[in-house]
Design a protein around this ligand. Structure first.
Ligand SMILES: [Zn+2]
Length: 444
């Protein structure tokens, strides 16, 4: 485009020279200025990076995945590149869903399915992700526009309900702009979750995980219904109407409580979820709370998909107290959702096979290790320094820190030069103070 504009500028210059009447030059000058302006705009337009065939661990500035592949080198994730095999559906591209979509896009997830029926408004600008120039676009279109620029390797799959009344889309790089709480929307939603064009050999449904980022009770119940029917694992997220608490929850049909099994949980706000989005009530929202909840949601998603760390069943967030409650919820045998009861039955029937598998796995893992750690149940290898140790022996402790801990401040010796070596008894006081702090923490 730049070359064409330059050619146009040359043509205009030649035209000007060929015209003997100077009175005609001013309009050509004007045209030249306009073309020059367009050239400047074209120069400042973002350059899209090309697709990357394989994720590389090479540490060079031009590799978009080097910092992610480092997770593998550092032993956090066994095989990071597997992320390209996964499909994640995000229902609701609002304050939480849009940020979750961006995080997964930057992490290089294989395929994202985006669902929303809303348009971008100026009133959304207190949140992250959408930009003022996208006002009026559907949230899904605006998301595809931004996300495909950030990472062209991610397949952003979508259908516009209006263009695809039969509910099966064949085109990629569009977006699902539909209301799943309508009958037609529900059918399209179900079909899209089952669609396996991305990985035909995959077992089960076409997606690996559904993330619910909607802001109302009805839509959550629809996601719950679809996932119970399809036996599809999903994660739910929510932010309270007063914008100062939120939660994420993992729902595995038959294994954990479904959304209909127990009344939905909200953290400490006491707001009835069904009253969210009441007519005439303007709910508060903060980019901070939504960003935190999106971060917790995607962190749990990465751990679930890439199999590392502990995957939370329920994690709450109370922003006013910086309190993060966790808990587990068993399915309710009297759940009003028939599909949930079916999944519960299947889960109970599969119990012997599951236990045999777990036992075989434990035995396989136990065989090669002859030296077991002293405290196998002490995950963080925390120990209390013996008070009776002679002074100075603690200088060894920097070499024997619990795994994963490093000193943020310089070693104690460097301080000893500045401050005198005084009050050896204070270490016991410090320990008591630490104990008091820990007890206070546990008492929350
Ligand atoms: Zn249930």
């Amino acid at each position: 485009m730049e070359a064409e504009l330059k050619e146009m500028l040359n043509d205009l210059e030649n035209l000007k020279r060929s015209l003997p009447d100077p009175s005609l030059h001013s309009s050509i000058d004007e045209l030249q200025l306009r073309v020059q302006h367009l050239t400047d705009l074209a120069k400042s337009a973002p350059v899209r990076r090309s697709k990357v065939k394989d994720m590389s661990a090479e540490v060079v500035d031009s590799n978009p995945y080097s910092r992610l592949m480092a997770l593998q080198r550092m032993g956090i994730v066994a095989n990071y590149e597997r992320i390209r095999e996964f499909s994640v559906a995000i229902v609701g591209i609002g304050g939480v869903g849009s940020v979750a979509a961006e995080m997964l896009t930057r992490c290089g997830v294989g395929r994202l399915l985006l669902y929303d029926y809303d348009k971008v408004e100026l009133a959304n600008m207190n949140r992250l992700f959408f930009r003022p120039e996208q006002v009026g676009m559907t949230k899904t279109d605006a998301a595809v526009q931004t996300l495909s620029d950030i990472n062209p390797d991610v397949v952003l799959e979508a259908i516009n309900l209006m263009n695809s009344p039969n509910g099966v889309g064949s085109e990629l790089d569009l977006s699902y702009t539909l209301n799943i709480t309508t009958v037609e929307g529900f059918e399209t939603f179900m079909c899209s979750l089952k669609n396996k064009t991305f990985r035909p050999e995959k077992e089960g449904n076409g997606v690996d995980l559904v993330l619910s980022c909607v802001d109302n009770y009805e839509a959550r119940m629809v996601v719950n219904q679809a996932c119970n029917e399809l036996n599809q694992t999903w994660m739910e997220s929510g932010v309270s109407e007063d914008a100062v608490s939120g939660h994420i929850q993992l729902l595995i049909p038959g294994e954990t409580a479904c959304f209909a099994c127990v009344p939905p949980l909200v953290v400490a706000s006491g707001v009835d979820e069904r009253t969210l989005k009441r007519e005439g009530v303007c709910a508060a929202s903060l980019p901070t709370t939504m960003g935190v909840v999106a971060g917790l949601l995607v962190q749990n998603t990465l751990k679930y998909l890439l199999k590392f760390g502990h995957v939370s069943r329920y994690l709450g967030y109370n922003a006013l107290k910086d309190y993060f409650p966790t808990m587990e919820m068993k399915p309710n045998p009297q759940c009003p959702n028939a599909a949930c009861l079916e999944r519960q039955k299947e889960y109970i029937l599969a119990k012997p096979a599951r236990e045999a598998e777990a036992k075989a796995k434990m035995e396989a893992e136990a065989l090669p290790t002859t030296e077991t750690p002293l405290h196998a149940d002490n995950e963080w290898n925390i120990s209390v320094v013996d008070d009776s140790l002679p002074e100075g022996s603690s200088s060894q402790s920097s070499d024997t820190l619990p795994q994963g801990l490093v000193h943020e401040l310089p070693a104690a010796e460097e301080y000893k030069h500045a401050s005198t070596v005084e009050q050896p008894a204070s270490s016991a006081d410090d320990l008591d103070e630490l104990r008091r702090q820990l007890e206070a923490l546990n008492a929350v």
